[in-house]
Design a protein around this ligand. Structure first.
Ligand SMILES: Nc1nc2c(ncn2[C@@H]2O[C@H](COP(=O)(O)OP(=O)(O)O)[C@@H](O)[C@H]2O)c(=O)[nH]1
Ligand SMILES: Nc1ncnc2c1ncn2[C@@H]1O[C@H](COP(=O)(O)OP(=O)(O)O)[C@@H](O)[C@H]1O
Length: 217
């Protein structure tokens, strides 16, 4: 049997959540750069772009009116309010990517994760939670990222505790102290999850052929 058939598998929905500043974006970008089988789900948001952020690449930056329209026309797979802004996952690109066997990575909060759990096939989801090594490290990271005002940093820190309280709703928890180690752990999770039996429809055909071969001996 051709290699391709054995290796055919369903795409993963890789969900990454963390308190703001723990390192989701950094880890996600690295994985996307290294692994061509992974594509990003680009969210729509009403939050203004930060310096350096590109529309259509980091987010689709949309008006409140357009966001409302996206909800009304059922264009979003999930949506939530975070830090006074609206965020949502456009449905079309995700379904398209999964159908072509790509893994899709989502940088979404716990509310979105819960919605994906009920609206998608639970078996497709791999939920990963990123924790900072300490609260002081989290604050330092938010400040050194240097893209948010003091007030925004304060808001994000105030929200950290409630985000962290959802850690037990995830399949994997990584403490992002050493970035290299965390990234290696993330890659190991993705690699192992791709081998799960439920995600490998081609395998049953392969095994049947193995058995047929055996019975011919
Ligand atoms: N539910 C949901 N949350 C999202 C979505 N996009 C981003 N978020 C979450 O919104 C929060 C704020 O994101 P952002 O403003 O980019 O700041 P960040 O925390 O520094 O990444 C983060 O917890 C993201 O995971 C989305 O499409 N849906
Ligand atoms: N392990 C780490 N050690 C030190 N700094 C880190 C680590 N991981 C990420 N950072 C830095 O922390 C800041 C916040 O990371 P980011 O990926 O933007 O977090 P999030 O997407 O979770 O808000 C960035 O400046 C990033 O370079």
């Amino acid at each position: 049997m051709a290699e391709k058939d054995i290796n055919t598998r369903r795409g993963l929905m890789l969900v990454m959540s963390s308190p703001s500043g723990a390192g989701k974006t950094t880890l996600t970008r690295r994985l996307l750069a290294d692994d061509t089988d992974v594509v990003m789900s680009i969210s729509a948001t009403t939050r203004p772009a930060r310096p350096g952020e590109v529309n259509g690449q980091d987010y689709y930056f949309v008006s409140h009116e357009r966001f409302h329209e996206m909800i009304e026309t059922d264009e979003l797979l999930e949506h939530a309010v975070v830090f006074d802004n609206r965020y949502g996952t456009p449905r079309g690109p995700v379904l398209e990517a999964l159908q072509t066997g790509k893994d899709v990575i989502f940088d979404i909060d716990w509310q979105g994760t819960q919605q994906l759990m009920s609206s998608s096939r639970a078996i497709d989801l791999v939920r990963i939670f990123i924790l900072p090594p300490s609260i002081s490290a989290l604050e330092k990271r938010l400040r050194t990222r240097g893209q948010d005002s003091d007030e925004t940093v304060r808001k994000r820190m105030a929200k950290a505790e409630s985000e962290i309280s959802h850690w037990a709703e995830y399949d994997y928890v990584l403490v992002n102290d050493n970035l290299e180690k965390t990234y290696e752990d993330l890659k190991a999770i993705v690699r192992a999850e791709r081998y799960r039996r439920e995600r490998r429809p081609g395998m049953s055909i392969f095994v049947r052929k193995l058995m047929e071969e055996r019975s011919k001996e």
